[in-house]
Unconditional design. Structure first.
Length: 77
């Protein structure tokens, strides 16, 4: 959903670095896959095509935080 985002904090040796992956358009979402020591964060279209992908070594990740967009109920609009 547009507005979904994932923040990743990675250890770079002499400090840390922040990355943010955001669903930029309507109908897109952010997915996280963890397998074999690699964390993959992708912005995906409705049809499942990855638009943008970021890969991180899981041993270097200090924090991974998912921020889903809060959907409004039809009564609030």
């Amino acid at each position: 959903m547009k507005g979904d985002r994932v923040e990743v904090v990675v250890d770079v040796g002499d400090g840390s670095r922040n990355y943010e992956i955001v669903a930029t358009r309507a109908g897109r979402r952010v997915e996280v896959h963890i397998a074999r020591g690699v964390v993959e964060v992708s912005e995906v279209t409705r049809t499942g095509v990855a638009v943008r992908t970021a890969r991180f070594m899981s041993s270097r990740i200090l924090a991974l935080v998912e921020h889903p967009v809060e959907s409004k109920s039809p009564d609030e609009e």
